[in-house]
Design a protein around this ligand. Sequence first.
Ligand SMILES: [Zn+2]
Length: 216
Amino acid sequence: MEDIRICPEHGFYRGENCPECDYRGEVILNKDGVEKLGRFVSGILRHFPERFGIEMDEDGWVSFDALVRAVRRKYKWANQWLVKALVYSDPKQRYELKGDRIRAKYGHSVKVKLSDYPPAEEEVLYYGTGEEEAIRLLEIGIKPVNQTYVHLSTTIEKSEEVARLRTDEPMILEIDAKRAREEGIRIIKVNSFIALAEEIPPVYIKRVIKLPAQEK
Ligand SMILES: [Zn+2]
């Protein structure tokens, strides 16, 4: 977790220096604040909007003002500007803020249709996991566990990052996304590196790539 700073020219960013011009901006939210605010905002937008009386539509949108009010009840120091800083500086592009509404782009455990996302156009997509799990998935297909959607990566590198969080010896499943879409599986693109599907049946898993263990 990194501090959020502001560059007068390029706006909010995370880390020491502005990635665009190397200017060292003022800290507007320190790591600790980023973590607290991030956990709370993603909790509401992905998992429990109703716990804070926030109404969510079927595509996951909620009122930005309502979210900020909930945030301020929890953290007196927070404000709408800091929530925007969190959203716009997010390196994982977790959120989408449009007009007076905001939503999480992925990671939901609440039922959302996300019907306003474009289909993913990639011919292949990737899913990173561990060895045992990979063998199981080859038989049963990829299904969401704690989430509403299966999260697929647009590149091998991204799927490797995901897998390495959980295992030292990642296996990457390569998905025939083109054929899956042609045969009626809905796959949507939420940002440059993540696509979502309700399920990927085993027949669309094209091959398994075993990656070398990483030295620690
Ligand atoms: Zn800058």
